[in-house]
Design a protein around this ligand. Structure first.
Ligand code: BTN
Length: 236
């Protein structure tokens, strides 16, 4: 189905490997998977502990959209991870791209884009780490960890299929469809949340996701739109 797997025993970061391949022209659907990473990266410069036993993979996407729209793919990827979760467990999506299962963080998503001179997203690498057999508890984690269970191979296959299907949905129906489904699985509207913005903290009530992927908050000082920040645990 056009997907190509590059399987590695060990690598620094699958995102770096995928970026290298994308720069060399690798097509959309190239998936770089490693059993372990020695320099796994998380958002905001954090490490992502990557010993054997969990899933570390990065998929090359070529969305051919305007650069700012590349953020939409983080929501596409979060929905794909949610699709892996067996029925009977509760999936909750947290802005921007966290996936919680029964209240614990089960996956992390790190999107990195290369912007062409025409202002289009030339490629986006979607790095996804899924806790399969265990949940590392990092001191800086805002939520407890959770694990999906099953095997890494099954998670990889399920994720690859789900991401292909979600990308097809995004291309066919646009971000509106993705946004609607994401909202249906996000924290309830009105839930109290804290958002860290650089040094400061904004407190408010969750008011949705706008058409550009920004977080909407109702604060005491009025409505606010947040493009980049970190949602803290109060809404968990
Ligand atoms: C987060 O901070 O929540 C995002 C974590 C993303 C981890 C994945 S594992 C596969 C890919 N390679 C990396 O170095 N990071 C991503």
């Amino acid at each position: 189905d056009g997907w190509r797997l590059v399987a590695l025993e060990s690598v620094g970061s699958t995102n770096d490997e995928a970026t290298r391949l994308a720069d060399d022209g690798a097509p959309e659907g190239t998936v770089v998977w490693a059993r372990e990473q020695t320099g796994g990266r998380g958002r905001r410069g954090r490490n992502w502990a990557s010993p054997v036993g969990n899933l570390y993979s990065t998929t090359i996407l070529r969305p051919a959209c305007a650069a700012p729209r590349a953020v939409e793919l983080g929501f596409v990827a979060a929905l794909a991870v949610g699709d892996l979760v067996p029925a009977g467990r509760t999936v909750r999506l947290k802005w921007p791209n966290d996936v919680l299962v029964d209240g614990g963080k089960v996956a992390g998503i790190l999107l990195e884009s290369a912007i062409g001179q025409d202002g289009l997203a030339e490629h986006v690498v979607a790095g996804i780490g899924v806790n399969v057999s265990f949940a590392p508890q990092l001191p800086e984690m805002r939520y407890p960890g959770a694990a999906l269970g099953g095997t890494v191979e099954a998670a990889l296959e399920g994720l690859t299929r789900a991401l292909a299907a979600r990308m097809a949905q995004w291309r066919r129906d646009g971000f509106e469809a993705v946004r609607g489904e994401w909202l249906a699985k996000a924290g309830p509207l009105g839930a109290e949340v804290d958002v860290r913005l650089g040094e400061g903290l904004v407190r408010g009530r969750f008011a949705g996701l706008d058409r550009e992927g920004a977080l909407l908050l109702d604060t005491e000082a009025g409505p606010r739109r947040i493009v980049s920040g970190e949602l803290l645990g109060r809404a968990a």
